[in-house]
Design a protein around this ligand. Structure first.
Ligand code: FES
Length: 103
């Protein structure tokens, strides 16, 4: 399934991810500006991404741990998520993700 990233500089990049791969892993490997310093174990917030409104509601709700960690993100907004907590499925094909300038 494809992930459509909008990088912090406004450039859009479509990245093809395997099923089960997280948005953090796909974005990190494609070099679109997603970091993921902790490797996905929910102890950083450098995988912070902003999900397009229409996609946000399609996602599994976040856990309390994710919610707490997201509070560390500088630019948290209503549709913020941690990219390492979203695993790609076929249903998420075409999901639109914005990478914030500062995590
Ligand atoms: Fe560290 Fe997501 S990669 S919380």
């Amino acid at each position: 399934p494809d992930i459509i990233f909008t990088r912090a500089d406004g450039v859009k990049e479509t990245v093809e991810a395997d099923i089960g791969v997280s948005i953090m892993e796909a974005g990190r490997d494609a070099g679109v500006g997603v970091e993921g310093t902790c490797g996905g174990c929910l102890s950083c917030a450098t995988c912070h991404v902003i999900v397009a409104d229409s996609w946000f509601t399609e996602l599994e709700p976040m856990t309390e741990d994710e919610d707490d960690m997201l509070d560390m993100a500088e630019e948290r907004c209503a549709t913020s998520r941690l990219g390492c907590q979203i695993a790609m499925t076929e249903a998420l094909d075409g999901i639109e993700i914005t990478v914030p300038e500062n995590f």
